[in-house]
Design a protein around this ligand. Structure first.
Ligand code: IMP
Length: 198
């Protein structure tokens, strides 16, 4: 099955492709001639994921999905949440975001946090949502150089290493995105199985 994944983030693309496996060929917006930044102006992860998938669907008419992820930190009232990409600056400055997060948690004893991913799939013109969550905590210093974003600071429950110290397979096995994408894959496989029976 060929499907558009509304991202130009190479890390996300390879994480999602690894979970979906060879049965799915992911196509990027750029490969469909969509070069501009896809707007994400919603107030929630659900709204943003939905806005991105609809943007692509309106321009291509093809099956597609988009994800939106937020890091929700308990002691910060759920921030940065939907603003995770632009926490410290207007751009996607991962290093600045991590520095600000450490500064805002200085001296905090409660460092509980979770990543939440929402995927919006548009298949045959209908929208379906999938969610994935991983609980953990924010370390007091960065560690590791795998992954992207807040990975060097996030330690999932049951581990003593950050996501950035894990291989892509290890991260995918427990991560927010891995969990959401496995739900998406189950759904797509069930639809495909139904189509083959007809
Ligand atoms: P996005 O809107 O889904 O791209 O995610 C918003 C921001 O959350 C990104 O710019 C990253 O800073 C962060 N983020 C998303 N997914 C991950 C992840 O898997 N690990 C670490 N940070 C992430």
């Amino acid at each position: 099955m060929e499907i558009i994944f509304a991202t130009n983030n190479a890390h996300k693309l390879s994480e999602v492709q690894a979970v979906l496996g060879d049965g799915f060929r992911l196509v990027t917006p750029r490969q469909c001639g969509i070069d501009e930044d896809i707007p994400e102006t919603g107030a929630t992860l659900e709204e943003n994921a939905s806005q991105k998938s609809h943007y692509i669907h309106e321009r291509t008419g093809r099956d597609c999905f988009a994800d939106d992820t937020g890091l929700e930190v308990e002691a910060l009232g759920g921030a940065p949440g939907v603003h995770s990409a632009r926490y410290a600056t207007d751009g996607h400055d991962f290093a600045a975001n991590n520095r600000l997060l450490l500064k805002n948690l200085q001296g905090a004893t409660n460092r509980r946090a979770r990543f939440r991913t929402v995927i919006s799939l548009i298949l045959d013109g209908r929208e379906h949502l999938f969610e994935g969550i991983v609980e953990g905590h924010i370390a007091d210093h960065e560690a590791g150089c795998e992954g992207f974003g807040y990975d060097p600071l996030f330690i999932p429950d049951g581990f003593d290493r950050s996501f950035a110290e894990m291989s892509p397979d290890e991260k995918n096995a427990v991560s927010h995105r891995g969990r959401a994408v496995r739900k998406l894959a189950e759904f797509l496989k069930s639809i495909e199985a139904g189509r083959n029976v007809k």
